[in-house]
Design a protein around this ligand. Sequence first.
Ligand SMILES: Cc1ncc(C[n+]2csc(CCOP(=O)(O)OP(=O)(O)O)c2C)c(N)n1
Length: 632
Amino acid sequence: MVIMDLTSIQDPSFLKRMSVTEMEALSADIRRFLIEKLAETGGHLAPNLGVVELTLALHRVFDSPNDQLVWDVGHQAYVHKILTGRTKQFDTLRQYNGLCGFPKRCESDHDVWETGHSSTSLSAAMGIAIANELKGSQDRAIAIIGDGALTGGMALEALNHIGAEKQNVIVILNDNEMSIAPNVGAMHNMLGRMRASRKLKHAREEIESLIKHIPIVGGPLERSGERVKDMLKSALIPGTFFEELGFTYFGPTDGHDLKDLLETLEYAKKIDGPVLVHVITKKGKGYRPAELDGVGTWHGLGPYKIESGEVIKGKVKGPSYSKVVAETITKVAETDDRVTLITPAMSVGSKLDCFNAKFPERMFDVGIAEQHAVTLAGGQATQGLKPVVSIYSTFFQRAYDQLVHDICRQNLNVVFTIDRSGLVGADGETHQGVFDIAFMRHVPNIRILMAKDEAELQRLVYSALRYDDGPIAIRFPRGEGIGVPMSDTLQELPLDVWEVEAEGTDVAILTFGPQVQDALEVRALLEGQVSVRVINCRTIKPLDDVMLTSLYEEGIPLVTLEEAVLAGGFGSSVLEHASDARQFPRVLRLGIPDRYIEHGGVNQLLEEIGLRPSQIAESVQQFVQVTNRQNV
Ligand SMILES: Cc1ncc(C[n+]2csc(CCOP(=O)(O)OP(=O)(O)O)c2C)c(N)n1
């Protein structure tokens, strides 16, 4: 039975008039819609299937947008988008100019906070709650955070603050035992114990009253009796941890039982001060392949076949860059037992299972804890280990001070393998890996590398693992290599020289990573008009001083090309080098302008900012014409 046409939903107020049975039917409709729609577009299926009833209940009990719903990470806000009038736009989910995969303030008044990175919701909700109070408003700030996101340091900092204050912040802890991969850590273990005590939930009042009535004889005995009572309470009643932090705790509540959820949220709404509602959900609920997924495949994925649960893969030319990196580290670790591997909850995306299978004792998944991951590596390095921190470019932003203060200042031998460097596409603004060169290259001691293809990447990773003179970062893009032959044996590459890929006399393009291929294409496009030299600048820092000096002497115009922000980027470093050398070459910098790049296909995004090979060719041609004119 179809309860309603989802595309007719304008706002969530209709939920207030629905019976629980009708809401259950609506949940089924929404699940069906998500399973069918995401089979075409791809997206974060499993997290959203897990929060269908929870989202309906939240919108029924609270009054969004007056009450403010803050979604942590924001990848699980699809049901919220449906209930706030955006169903029709799901055809364009995560596509260029289409519906964003995360909350977006310009899309709806109901999206009060934008996310993409994890563990920000509690701080944001607290900020909103403070504003509510100062404005004399009774509105509620509600943060919805997963058990994975709760492992992030920011969430713990916020819990510490919220619990000590009196603001009306309601924290909904969506506990499905999964981060992307199965969740990890002591908090996770503690939540497990709370889940196990679920049966006791209804007996909570009885236990409390029982404990209260344990007779106590006066004096010192009374005091020790109180301690015994406290111990008994924390042993028997779930949530004591949160209560000790200053929250009123509700739960654990079955996140797929609408009646239970509505009842619990109504209670929570009436409480003054910080409240935590512990909700147990099943990630992937209602679609068997996603429910059975113990790995993380269905967390976020491309199109799939609904019947078989088969993920549809496009044609690829080469192995994935992540895999090349993970396999090379694993190979080196076979002969070098100093090598360890650290991941802040991204083992699935960075394909680290091959290392984990062989060296579980040297692999550390620390949860969503980028700062800790980096300093942990530093500690290991001081004791002679050779830690590799496998980290996405965008999430590395979280650990800037740890890079500066802990790793580079002490010149520690830590290797950073920086996944998803460059534009990532569908995940959009929050995930583009475009800032890392700018935030790393001004830090003393670190070397920064990027390979033009998968074979060179293998050699760079091997070389970095053999380098013992301080920190070294290897950037690599999302996706697959270009299909060049790979060597069976690991070979080193010098870490401070650039290479001329193709000769030319009118202009030299200085670039690195996949843009080397683009530059070669530009060269081919301009053949007969402009003679283009292509230089592979695989060492982004330090620059190749010898090569640059000879380019200045030659007087050839230079084009720097990078899929990274121009401000403070590679091109800027070339200008700085020239200025320091009292040289004034003509330089054109091509890269990402000073604004955030939204979601869409990578090629569409490159087109938007003028970085497709044909556009680069045009820019290069104009630049050469201008420099020729000025030379006359
Ligand atoms: C700072 C940061 N690190 C890593 C990620 C990648 N990431 C996205 S969702 C996710 C897991 C979140 O787990 P949880 O909060 O439990 O939500 P669930 O998907 O299980 O509902 C991770 C690690 C991120 N978004 N932000």
